[in-house]
Design a protein around this ligand. Structure first.
Ligand code: PHE
Length: 448
């Protein structure tokens, strides 16, 4: 089986694919809006600490497990289990992970569809098709169905091409353009009136808010979702990494890229909000709270673009193209989890598996669209707030308490032969065994 498995062809290919998975709506939408409603710089600081102290170790758990087992989450957890009970537990945890990854995709593809629709709306606006442009940004079920389908088809097509010629090729094409566009947009917004005030609130912490439990919990959840943890995505990507690569350094680079893009997106979105406020768009309530976190990107930012004339249409176009790309490189990593699992457990080939799994997930998306007000928020909370942290904690427990320490070290030594002498090996195993589960349990506790 191992010979037929896909592989990333190069280190940069893996880096861009894994960073493509991590960098998504969570970074460019989730992080900046949460920062805006949680005291700006105080949130930024907490997020940075948690991303490196908690998310990075859990990411390493997934990468090591994945490369060791060269298989999906169920196989990976089963391979390190010795007893009947732990093996049954492994099957259960792995299967729930695969299911949760699929459920995340079912709502993510709806949001990805909105991004595509807003992007096309900007083009329609430029071409003078104002009615089309308005339809594309309106919240009709027809628009939602059409664009979810469109987004899902793009995702399926890339995944059906395989690891190297699908996921890796598209991630290496899309990620650099995403970072470049983000940089250019940020530089542009920073030159506008009002931006400096946004910059101040992003960079000067209000220390009184630093220790608020709700801020810590949001920052922790944000870091976790942002690094695609707990659902086997990074585990599967890890299973395609070559043995000659050093996992601790690859993991650190993915974390740095992911956190870097989130921080950079903050430099765009926070100032953009204050520019919008400066231009008369209402973004804060009388008590100083953000009016609406969730719709910020679809109401505040387009309102900002509107105040900028033709330049605004172009900026809007670039912005929603950026969001679509970010969403797509993440959605392919979600679909890869159930698809790889199906391929490894059946005689179906990749193309068919991708279309089959994609079609089933699409049905769930359509169900969510049909009962949007009751289902959407529920699925988001169920998957990202509850399941991701809990599953991540269980991965840590399997690595820390069930897998033999020697075998963990053997796996790490592939690609980094001196790892046993370094700081990483002194801290990480203990950290994963005790600190991470306790921390994740705390998030879970709070979320409940
Ligand atoms: N990390 C992605 C984002 O920030 C979301 C994601 C979650 C991707 C789970 C894969 C798995 O948008």
């Amino acid at each position: 089986m191992q010979e037929n498995r896909g592989r990333f062809s190069s280190r940069i290919g893996f880096l861009l694919a894994a960073a493509g998975s991590a960098v998504g709506l969570g970074n460019i939408w989730g992080f900046p809006t949460q920062a805006a409603s949680n005291g700006g710089a105080a949130f930024l600081l907490t997020y940075l600490v948690l991303a490196f102290c908690l998310a990075y170790p859990v990411l390493m758990v997934e990468l090591v497990l994945g490369r060791h087992a060269r298989g999906n989450p169920i196989t990976a957890l089963r391979r390190i289990s010795s007893g009947e009970r732990t093996r049954a537990g492994a099957t259960l945890i792995g299967s729930v992970g695969v299911l949760v990854a699929s459920l995340i995709l079912s709502f993510y593809s709806i949001v990805g569809g909105w991004m595509l629709a807003h992007f096309l709306s900007a083009i329609a606006g430029l071409a003078g098709f104002d009615q089309w442009s308005a339809w594309l940004t309106g919240f009709s079920w027809q628009r939602n169905v059409l664009f979810t389908l469109f987004f899902m088809l793009l995702t399926i097509r890339i995944v059906s091409k395989g690891v190297e010629s699908g996921i890796e090729r598209w991630s290496t094409r899309l990620m650099p353009s995403l970072i470049l566009m983000l940089l250019l947009l940020t530089l542009y917004v920073l030159t506008l009136d009002g931006a400096m005030q946004g910059l101040k609130s992003y960079l000067i912490p209000d220390f009184s808010r630093l220790w608020s439990p709700s801020l810590i919990v949001s920052a922790l959840g944000s870091a976790f979702f942002s690094l695609s943890l707990g659902v086997g995505t990074m585990l599967i990507y890890g299973s395609y990494v070559d043995e000659s690569e050093s996992l601790p350094s690859l993991g650190a680079q993915v974390t740095l890229l992911d956190v870097g893009v989130a921080v950079l997106a903050g430099f765009l979105v926070m100032p953009a909000m204050y520019v919008a406020a400066h231009n008369g768009v209402e973004i804060f309530s009388a008590s100083g709270e953000l009016i609406s976190e969730d719709t910020l990107i679809f109401s505040v930012l387009p309102a900002l673009f509107d105040t900028m004339g033709v330049a605004g249409v172009l900026v809007g176009l670039a912005f929603f193209l950026l969001m679509s790309i970010a969403a797509l490189t993440s959605s392919i990593s979600m679909l890869e989890v159930p698809v790889a699992t199906l391929i490894e457990n059946s005689s179906l080939e990749r193309g068919r598996s991708a279309y089959l799994v994609g079609a089933v997930i699409l049905v769930v998306s359509l169900l969510i669209i049909s009962q949007f007000s009751s289902l959407f928020g529920f699925v988001v909370a169920l998957t990202t707030r509850y399941s991701q942290p809990l599953l991540g904690m269980l991965f840590c427990i399997y690595l820390g308490w069930i897998w033999h320490r020697d075998q963990v070290l053997q796996e790490l030594k592939r690609g980094s032969p001196d790892v046993a002498q370094g700081l990483f090996w002194k801290v990480w195993p203990v950290w994963v065994k005790y600190v991470c589960p306790v921390f994740v349990l705390l998030i879970f506790w709070q979320a409940l």
